[in-house]
Design a protein around this ligand. Structure first.
Ligand code: PBG
Length: 302
C-alpha cells in the first residue's frame, strides 16, 4: 500500500466532481471536492497523491502553471495543512496550461516549422517547481522531457530555499498512444504536431539508460518509467542499472483499457488490476502511480 501513488485532476471552481468520459471512475475535481477525496484516500491508507491542474484559461507560455493561487497550489497547501502524513507530489509541466498543448513555449523557425523552445521551457519549469514547493509540495515531478530540466529545477529550488523538496523525474518517458485518455482528462492534446521530438521512441531501450543516468546525475531523487505495463522490460532494465528509487506510471490508456473490458464483462476487474499492479512491482518498481490506487487500497484492506 505504501508504494501506491494516486493521480488526481484538479480544476478551478467549486463543487465540481465530474467524471472523465474516457477514464471511468476518474474525475476532475474542484479544490474543495479534491480535498474531500484525498481525505477519503487517506482514511483508506493511501499515502501519496500526484496532482495535475487544469487552469481556467490557457496562454502561449502556460503562466497558470506558476500561479501561486492556482488550483494545484491551493490544493497542495490545503492537504499539507490538514493531513500531515499525506505526501504531495505535483506534476511539473506546462502542457496543461499552454493554449497549444505543448510542454514548453513554441518558437516558429525561419522555415515555418514550429518547435518547442527547450531553454525557454527550462526557465519556466523552474518557476513552476518553486511555486509548487512554496505551496507545500513535498516532491515535484517534471514530466516535460526537456533536456536539462532536472538540473534547472534543482538549481531554482535550492536558490529559493527548497533544498529538501525532492525531484521525481519522468526520466524514461516514451511517446505513447496510451496517454490519449489523459489528454482528455487534462484537456491538453497538442494543437499541432506531437510530442515525439521530446519524448522517447518506444522501439529502443538503450536511450532509457542514458536518460535515467542523465537525470540521476542532474540530481533526480526518484526516477520514473512511463508507461508501465507495456514496458515491464524497461522497468527491470532500469532497476538492474540504478540504485535510485524507481517509480512506474501505469498510465491512463493502460487503465481505461481494463475499465472498458470490465464494462463489457470480458475481464474481472479485481483480478486483472491486482495482476497488472503486481507485475509492475515484480519488474522492480518501488513506487507505482496508478488510477487503481483507491480500489487497490479497498481490496488490500479487506
Ligand atoms: C505531461 C504528462 C502526460 C501524462 C502525465 N504527464 C501526458 C503526455 O505526456 O502527453 C500522461 C499520464 C497518463 O496517461 O496517465 N504533463
Amino acid at each position: 500500500m505504501n508504494e501506491l501513488i494516486a493521480p488526481l485532476f484538479v480544476r478551478e471552481g467549486r463543487n465540481i466532481h465530474q467524471e472523465i468520459p474516457s477514464m471511468p471512475g476518474q474525475y476532475q475535481y474542484s479544490v474543495d471536492q479534491a480535498l474531500e477525496t484525498v481525505r477519503r484516500w487517506s482514511g483508506k491508507g493511501l499515502r501519496a497523491v500526484l496532482l495535475f491542474g487544469i487552469p481556467e484559461s490557457k496562454d502561449p507560455t502556460g503562466s497558470g502553471a506558476w500561479d501561486d493561487n492556482a488550483a494545484v497550489q491551493r490544493l497542495s497547501g490545503a492537504i499539507k495543512e490538514t493531513m500531515n502524513d499525506m505526501l504531495v507530489i505535483t506534476d511539473t509541466c506546462l502542457c496543461e496550461y499552454t493554449d497549444h498543448g505543448h510542454c514548453g513555449p513554441v518558437v516558429h523557425r525561419p522555415d515555418g516549422q514550429a518547435d518547442v523552445d527547450n531553454d525557454a521551457a527550462l526557465e519556466l519549469l523552474g518557476k513552476v517547481a518553486t511555486s509548487q514547493a512554496r505551496s507545500g509540495a513535498d516532491i515535484v515531478a517534471p514530466s516535460a522531457m526537456m533536456d536539462g530540466q532536472v538540473s534547472a529545477i534543482r538549481k531554482e529550488l535550492d536558490e529559493a530555499g527548497f533544498q529538501t523538496t525532492a525531484i521525481m523525474s519522468y526520466a524514461v518517458k516514451f511517446a505513447s498512444g496510451f496517454y490519449a485518455p489523459f489528454r482528455d482528462a487534462a484537456e491538453s492534446p497538442p494543437a499541432f504536431g506531437d510530442r515525439r521530438t521530446y519524448q522517447m521512441d518506444f522501439r529502443t531501450t538503450g536511450q532509457a539508460i542514458m536518460e535515467a543516468a542523465g537525470d540521476v546525475a542532474e540530481g533526480a531523487d526518484i526516477i520514473m518509467v512511463k508507461p508501465a505495463a507495456a514496458y515491464l522490460d524497461v522497468i527491470a532494465h532500469v532497476r538492474r542499472n540504478f540504485e535510485a528509487p524507481l517509480a512506474a506510471y501505469h498510465v491512463s490508456g493502460e487503465y481505461s483499457m481494463i475499465k472498458a473490458a470490465v464494462r463489457e464483462g470480458w475481464l474481472d476487474e479485481r483480478v486483472v488490476a491486482m495482476e497488472v499492479t503486481t507485475a509492475i512491482k515484480r519488474a522492480g518498481a518501488d513506487l507505482i502511480i496508478t488510477y487503481f490506487a483507491e480500489q487497490l487500497a479497498d481490496w488490500l484492506g479487506e
